[in-house]
Design a protein around this ligand. Structure first.
Ligand code: 4AD
Ligand code: MG
Length: 462
């Protein structure tokens, strides 16, 4: 017989048929005549109840039906008399696929802390919360591809190993095959990278943007969706060293088109999750964050506030609020400032534009005022910055001038500059942090709990 998933069984509406179920035992209760076994296979938040008359099963077998063990069950799918489920399986045959010794299986009781579950990340998928989070993560990945595909964007695979530093911010992981204990020394005393695998220093990418621009300047609209790496030593609930980023890049888009796309995209993804992951969201709303569904609907129904960095600084300065970090034109905004604007002042998502050029990357379009660039950050409740992007500098001379000012070697980025030499056009793009999006949509408040195996300073287990 073909195996049916729990999702299929609970949704089938077909009863009094013979079915085969395979899954993991979540709980077991009952009396000396009958056992009620909740079996979950991860296909849906719910478990299905298996009813086993003890008289027809050997005692030795039933002893092994414990929390965490995997079993296969053949039986009849029947309407359930019990509360909380519509159907159950009247078991005629049970086999143990894998035991889980109750003495040592760590997921015995409900309500383990997220911190504890992080230490057993190899097993935490088996909890309701992490099942829900990772089903939603999948649905969002799918929804992202659907969004762009439906709008004629092409998925471009940009390299993971690069020789350039896209953000010009340092904090990169080196990639090398040299023996660190015996690295070749060059003429100037430093490491001789000409003997390394690529014949030059290379890193893990911090962003696919620069290569993404090359694609957009031929294919019109592209997006990347891949892992990115930052060796910042920031131990916060919103930073990981390895995260996934979605970076659309569009030719013939100015900053306003870019903002419109970002807002539409984020709203689409929230709508998509509400439509496709309703039961998982309900669970998270009940168990993790009671304000979740309300917050998602609120963001969906209200236009994002659009303001300039300068206006934001004025609002923050006039707020009378005590901040840990100073507010002054020219200084970067911190998470506390961003969250004040979003949660206290505007009470809705905010898109800030036109940041001081000194705190932004070299590739951003320079404004006529000579002080600001056409940057945009999208700020969300509880998260702070969820998207960073900009219109790009498409004028060769201005770009070269800025690179010189910032000591960015032109010869390393000769290929980037050539797109401004040959048929340059106005273009824009942004980067959405996938994990920050999942945090917002699931209500999970630590980024380590929305990526299967988080990579953070001093932590690379699993
Ligand atoms: O603002 P960032 O650094 O922008 C870029 O990398 C641009 N090249 C994007 C573009 O214009 N194509 O990063 C973009 C987003 C942030 O807004 C944030 O959501 C996320 O990436 N992000 C991180 N997420 C988790 N952990 C980290 N350490 C992150 N750093 C950035
Ligand atoms: Mg940023």
């Amino acid at each position: 017989m073909k195996r049916s998933t729990v999702k299929e069984l609970l949704g089938s509406g077909i009863i009094n048929t013979e079915v085969l179920l395979k899954g993991w035992v979540r709980t077991r209760r009952g009396n000396n005549q009958v056992a009620f076994i909740a079996v979950n296979d991860g296909t849906i938040i719910h478990s299905i109840q298996v009813v086993a008359e003890l008289a027809i099963f050997p005692e030795a077998l039933m002893k092994r039906v414990t929390t965490g063990s995997s079993i296969s069950v053949t039986g009849k799918l029947v309407e359930s008399m019990g509360k909380g489920q519509s159907v159950e399986i009247q078991a005629s045959e049970i086999n143990i696929l894998g035991d889980a010794d109750p003495e040592i299986y760590p997921l015995q009781k409900k309500g383990h802390s997220f911190e504890f579950l992080r230490e057993i990340a190899h097993l935490r998928f088996r909890t309701n919360t992490f099942g829900a989070v990772f089903r939603i993560r999948h649905a969002l990945a799918y929804g992202i591809h659907k969004y762009f595909n439906d709008r004629g964007f092409f998925y471009l695979h940009t390299p993971i190993i690069t020789a350039s530093d896209a953000e010009g911010a340092g904090a990169m992981f080196k990639v090398t095959t040299l023996d660190l204990n015996n690295a070749p020394v060059g003429e100037e005393g430093g490491i001789d990278y000409s003997q390394d695998f690529f014949g030059r220093p290379t890193n893990l990418t911090v962003s696919g943007q620069l290569e993404g621009e090359l694609g957009a300047l031929a294919l019109s609209s592209i997006y990347t969706f891949g892992p990115t790496f930052r060796a910042e030593n920031s131990n916060t609930p919103r930073h990981v060293a390895e995260f996934w980023m979605i970076e659309p890049e569009m030719a013939f888009y100015d900053i306003r088109d870019n903002m419109d796309l970002a807002e539409d995209f984020l709203k689409y993804l929230i709508r998509y999750t509400l439509d496709h992951c309703n039961e998982d969201l309900e669970f998270l709303n009940n168990m993790v964050d009671k304000g979740l569904l309300e917050r998602l609907r609120f963001v969906l129904e209200n236009p994002f506030e659009r303001k300039s960095y300068t206006e934001a600084v004025e609002i923050l300065s006039a707020s009378g609020q005590k901040f840990e970090f100073p507010v002054k034109w020219g200084l970067d905004l911190q998470a506390e400032h961003e969250r004040y604007l979003v949660e206290k002042h505007f009470k809705r998502p905010v898109i800030l534009t036109d940041y001081p050029r000194e705190i932004k990357a070299f590739y951003m379009k320079q404004n006529e005022d000579g002080k600001t660039v056409r940057a945009m950050d999208v700020l969300f409740p509880l998260i702070g910055e969820i998207i960073g992007g900009s219109q790009r500098e498409e004028e060769l001379e201005k770009l070269q001038h800025r690179m010189r000012e910032m000591n960015i070697p032109e010869d390393e980025l000769w290929w980037y500059l050539e797109t401004r030499k040959f048929g340059t056009v106005e273009h824009s793009g942004f980067g959405l942090g996938f994990e920050r999006l999942i945090m917002f949509i699931t209500g999970m408040n630590n980024i380590r709990d929305v990526i299967p195996f988080p990579r953070t300073p001093k932590s690379a287990e699993f």
